[in-house]
Unconditional design. Structure first.
Length: 228
């Protein structure tokens, strides 16, 4: 897998890869997969498989990918709501309403939307959740992160923050924290050229096994497979 962009500040991540098999996984960002020379297969949690030239996957939607003898461009964005809304205006959704499919001709318009859409992650999110996200992203990577601590920062009860976060972001605070740590680990590997094991410990994962489990849950592949 080739990393073409990794920008946590703008919430934009782009990769290119060929022959990818990703088991069922989900991540708290929108994902767009575009085949450059054929079709690939995506499967939703209902078990329905679809062959397509391209797909936009809603944030937190469980899915699996099978790409064989095909090269793909993968784009992820934390500006999920705005991009999804614009794409949904002209692309048909499937029965699960988690996928928007597009063909080779429509891929041009998809790219136009990605190019013109702003780079402000979570810009339409409740201000208290935005403050929570800002706090999560500015903490030292190995800081202790608890729901009680986060709730006190925005003057909410832990229960209220938990409910509001799930409503706004689509996943629990506990599931979002590994995403924050994962971005930190990957960025350290890219910038400092250290091993994933060392980076994982630096950002707060207990050990390499803990890191590997969360990587697979977020991306559907192992770190060694993704970055070999």
């Amino acid at each position: 897998m080739t990393i073409k962009e990794f920008n946590p500040t703008a919430g934009r991540y782009a990769f290119s890869t060929c022959d990818l098999t990703a088991d069922f996984h989900a991540h708290p960002v929108l994902e767009i997969v575009t085949a450059t020379n054929g079709k690939f297969t995506i499967c939703g949690k209902n078990g329905i498989k679809t062959e397509t030239n391209g797909v936009c996957i809603k944030a937190n939607a469980t899915h699996a990918l099978h790409v064989e003898n095909v090269c793909t461009e993968i784009f992820m964005s934390e500006n999920s709501r705005e991009i999804w809304t614009q794409l949904a205006a002209f692309l048909p959704a499937n029965a699960e309403e988690n996928f928007l499919f597009f063909d080779e001709k429509e891929a041009v318009e998809v790219q136009n939307i990605l190019t013109t859409t702003g780079n402000s992650p979570y810009q339409n999110t409740d201000e208290r959740i935005k403050k929570t996200l800002d706090f999560l992203h500015t903490l030292p990577e190995n800081s202790a992160l608890t729901l009680k601590h986060l709730a006190s920062r925005v003057h909410l009860s832990p229960g209220r923050l938990s409910h509001l976060f799930k409503q706004e972001i689509g996943c629990s605070v506990q599931k979002y924290i590994p995403w924050v740590r994962m971005k930190g680990a990957i960025e350290m590997v890219l910038q400092e050229q250290i091993s994933f094991t060392d980076a994982a410990l630096e950002v707060g994962f207990y050990d390499s096994a803990h890191f590997s489990r969360h990587f697979k849950e977020l991306f559907g592949v192992s770190a060694s497979t993704a970055y070999k």
